[in-house]
Design a protein around this ligand. Structure first.
Ligand code: KG4
Ligand code: ZN
Length: 342
């Protein structure tokens, strides 16, 4: 039987990565990501610089995605793009580009919620990977969000709990900044943590609701601890970097695992997924693998390349919407604030 090939182009530009991806029937043919180095020296994303870089990157990134997929734009069945949440100036670049291309090619336009897409990344290459059955719980951990979401079907989601202040990615990045590490610090903390002792220093875990998170107190605790130690030994960070990183990471991952345990207890759902940039973290990946053995959960860890922002996740969300005929009107607008349920 010869089934029709459905080609979807996904475009992601919500923060500081310009990305384009082509998928065919849910299988990734290309996933091109242009990272914006320009922000590293400022210690965080500078919105104005991000939109300018998207503007420069978007045409070559889309062209490369089509080339790598070995198709032309005329083979595309629909264009999916990130509508939000994110930085408005960044979102506008992807939104305008996607609209123009869909209009020019006279094919459907499909808007995608970035937070849903992080979760739906689990359905990429479904035939060749372990996909969560419904209902499942996803812990979405990124630079802007930290939330526990119950997923009843591809587009029916419910927030069970979330952070009341900083996101977990911010906890990693701000701790890294205190240690003098460049932005984004998460991957570096992870790298150094692997060489250190996670029990070397103890940081206090926040006291919040069973399914709530809070990271701003932890960040302040780390700052005061470092200041105090540096008074006694100005080389404290340099001499203890690996142990500090390991201890910070251990505290953060302990918090995440505690919340997952509470969620399983409350919902009785034992299919547990993680998504978002922080799900690239080696420690959370290890701990979730162990949870299968210790607690009989079935855990779903996204492929490394689909953890941080990427367009393949936008394309898969677009494909699932395409199958439902869920297209957008050309008047659709970018939304800086958008809940995972919207
Ligand atoms: O999902 P993402 O790419 O962008 C947002 O939508 O926010 O997440 C970026 C976040 C950053 O805070 C970055 O430091 C963190 O993910 N991150 C990590 C790791 N890789 C990326 N945090 C801890 N360990 C990692 N290996
Ligand atoms: Zn993201």
């Amino acid at each position: 039987m010869n089934t029709k090939n459905i080609y979807i182009l996904g475009i992601e530009s919500s923060c500081d990565d310009t990305s384009a991806s082509v998928i065919c029937n849910g299988k990734v043919l290309s996933n091109v990501i242009a990272n914006q180095e320009v922000h590293a020296k400022y210690g965080g994303v500078v919105p104005e610089l991000a939109s300018r870089a998207h503007q420069q990157n978007i045409v070559p990134v889309v062209q490369q995605a089509l080339e790598q997929a070995n198709i032309t734009k005329h083979d595309l069945n629909a264009i999916a793009f990130t509508r939000g949440p994110g930085l408005m100036g960044s979102l506008l670049v992807g939104t305008s580009f996607a609209k123009s291309l869909a209009l020019g090619l006279n094919i459907p336009l499909i808007d995608v919620n970035h937070m849903q897409a992080h979760i739906l990344a689990h359905f990429i290459d479904e035939k060749d990977s372990k996909t969560p059955p419904f209902p499942f719980v996803c812990l979405t951990i990124s630079g802007g969000h930290t939330q526990l979401v119950k997923i009843t079907n591809h587009f029916e989601m419910e927030i069970l709990g979330e952070t009341i202040d900083d996101a977990v990615g911010e906890a990693f990045d701000k701790s890294a900044k205190i240690l003098g590490l460049p932005y984004p610090g998460g991957p570096l903390v992870d790298k150094y943590a692997q060489l250190g002792n996670p029990k070397a220093f103890k940081f206090t875990k926040p006291k919040v609701g069973d399914l709530e998170f809070s990271f701003s107190g932890l960040k302040t605790g780390i700052l005061y601890f470092i200041r105090k130690q540096e008074k006694e030994n100005p080389n404290f960070i340099k001499e203890n970097l690996y142990d500090i990183c390991a201890s910070i990471q251990h505290t953060i991952i302990e918090i995440l695992m505690d919340k997952l345990k509470n969620t399983v207890k409350q919902t009785d759902i034992k299919h547990i997924a993680i998504a978002g940039g922080v799900s690239a973290n080696s420690e959370i990946r290890k701990r979730l693998t162990l949870a299968e053995k210790h607690w009989k959960w079935t855990t779903y860890i996204p492929k490394f390349e689909y953890t941080t922002d990427n367009a393949a996740m936008i394309a898969i969300a677009g494909y699932l919407k395409y199958l439902n005929g869920n297209y957008s009107d050309i008047s659709v607008t970018a939304q800086a604030r958008l809940k995972v349920t919207e």
